[in-house]
Design a protein around this ligand. Structure first.
Ligand code: PNW
Length: 483
């Protein structure tokens, strides 16, 4: 395996921005306060607590609903250029629908945060949807499996631009459609945890999320961008897929993996339609399985035109790398997206581990995925919207996290200078330890530690706070960097 030998001593380009990220359900708490409606994560953690490690939930979490002033003080202390956070849809629209009424205290909460960020010179980057769908939209409408949700989301997006857009220059429609659809509607690893129609529902979800994204993009582009002058896009996640050998078949399988994970969403927004390899493979298998049409829905020509170009930058969440080898197509039976892809995925046992089973420390993957995105999608502006390292907690001297950030950023500098990839920002996940979905509070990604057994939820800086601060001051990774 390759390793980064020395830390890059070059300075990040002028204008390069550093931030940290969080998400509403993971930090806010106040799950039913001041008129907030129930969302699919409130519902799932309450109805099926056994799905979550230690039966934890986000009812209180970091209590950021009450402690946002402290949070902004932490951001100020860190010296970040921007803060990426998400809106809780059901805090603003308790039923999910505009017609259900706007919850004023919910709106005030985000206005207060935006005011404080502005006072402190920190730019907001707002994610409209980081997985917390209002429960009524799931229960009564069918959530991301129903076309109706596209319009309902578009109305919510318009409201958000209307309420907050004068102060926001960076918008994200969706965080990680791959996680939303594959885990929410196939493996059951995320809310609404539906897994009874594998190989079918996830692609319908992807279709609806892409249409919803495009609808929100066009609303912003036509009605708000001319005066608000911000940028809007989507955040897509993927591991780097490293071919298991130089064999052409392994190289092809690795490329196919990237297309099935990243291309599923990036190809439509950049080139207008799903990757050909997905259209072909899912189409062929569907026929053999006895379906009368492909399990991958089709865009009409009009939809292709409308989705194409709906990005002002590309948001990339990147944490780790996998080794991919070619394999014989899996035999026809019950459909699934992994059978559609049919590759053999593994890791190198020499890679450093983390507290997350899926996260291995492979810094050079950052350069490779950035370069691949540049080459595959017409050299777009790229913002790394998440990258980070988990431990099991109780470690304030988090040298493994420091090392992870240093080496991934070093690899990013190589992408920027040696491969001329247009990366304009980097976001560390996360500002503080928080509710890590099905893993509860067992995996900690924070730069600040949070004591979840203390009702005050005190935040304590880990050593990585000082390290990140120093990067923000010097704009490089070593004590003496070249200009
Ligand atoms: C992100 N993977 O999800 C999410 O956006 C965050 O909410 C989450 O807390 C963070 O990563 C850490 O898990 C991911 O399998 C889901 O490579 C899956 C993967 C990576 C990130």
């Amino acid at each position: 395996s390759q390793t980064t030998l020395a830390v890059d001593n070059r300075k990040f380009p002028a204008g390069f921005k550093f931030g940290v990220a969080t998400a509403s359900y993971q930090i806010e708490g106040g799950w039913d306060e001041d008129g907030k409606g129930e969302n699919i994560w409130d519902h799932l953690t309450h109805v099926s607590p056994d799905l979550i490690n230690h039966q934890s939930n986000g009812d209180i979490s970091c209590d950021s609903y009450h402690k946002y002033k402290t949070d902004v003080a932490l951001l100020k202390e860190l010296g970040v250029d921007f803060y990426r956070f998400s809106l809780s849809w059901s805090r603003i629209l308790p039923t999910g629908y505009i017609d259900g009424g706007i919850n004023e205290p919910g709106v005030a909460y985000y206005e207060n945060i935006l005011d404080l960020l502005e006072e402190n010179g920190i730019e907001p980057m707002i994610t409209l949807y980081h997985w917390d769908l209002p429960q009524p939209l799931h229960e009564n409408v069918g959530g991301w499996l129903n076309e109706t949700t596209v319009d309902i989301f578009a109305n919510y997006a318009r409201l958000a631009f209307d309420l907050f857009g004068d102060r926001v220059k960076y918008w994200v429609t969706f965080n990680e459609p791959l996680s939303i659809c594959q885990q929410g509607y196939e493996t059951g690893g995320k809310a609404p945890a539906i897994s009874d129609n594998p190989g079918v529902d996830l692609y319908i979800c992807g279709h609806m999320v892409l249409k919803s994204h495009a609808a929100a993009y066009h609303i912003y582009d036509k009605e708000y961008k001319p005066k608000q002058k911000g940028k809007i896009s989507i955040v897509i996640n993927t591991n780097w897929a490293e071919p298991g050998s130089d064999d052409a078949k392994d190289v092809e399988a690795a490329e196919r993996t990237l297309q099935f994970r990243f291309g599923w969403f990036a190809n439509p927004i950049v080139h207008g339609n799903y990757p050909q390899v997905m259209i072909d493979r899912i189409g062929n298998r569907s026929v053999q399985e006895g379906f009368t049409q492909s399990r991958l829905p089709q865009f009409t020509d009009e939809e292709v035109e409308s989705i194409k170009g709906t990005y002002d930058y590309i948001g990339l969440n990147h944490y780790s790398t996998s080794l991919i080898k070619w394999r014989e197509d899996i035999e026809i039976g019950e459909p699934s997206s992994s059978k559609d892809m049919s590759v053999q995925e593994s890791i190198d046992f020499s890679w450093e581990t983390s507290a997350s089973y899926w996260l291995f420390v492979v810094p050079w993957g950052m350069r490779k995925i950035s370069k691949w995105v540049k080459d595959t999608y017409n050299n777009p502006e790229i913002i790394i919207t998440e990258n980070g390292y988990s431990d099991a907690g109780g470690i304030l001297d988090d040298d493994r996290r420091i090392n992870y950030i240093r080496e991934y950023l070093s690899s990013l500098l190589e992408a920027i200078y040696d491969d001329e990839v247009n990366v304009t920002g980097y976001t560390a996940w996360s500002l503080m330890d928080n509710f890590e979905w099905f893993r509860g509070y067992a995996e900690k990604f924070g730069l600040y530690s949070v004591n979840f057994t203390d009702p005050e939820r005190p935040r304590t800086p880990k050593a990585s706070v000082d390290y990140y601060k120093s990067i923000l001051t010097t704009r490089c990774l070593v004590e003496e960097c070249t200009e």
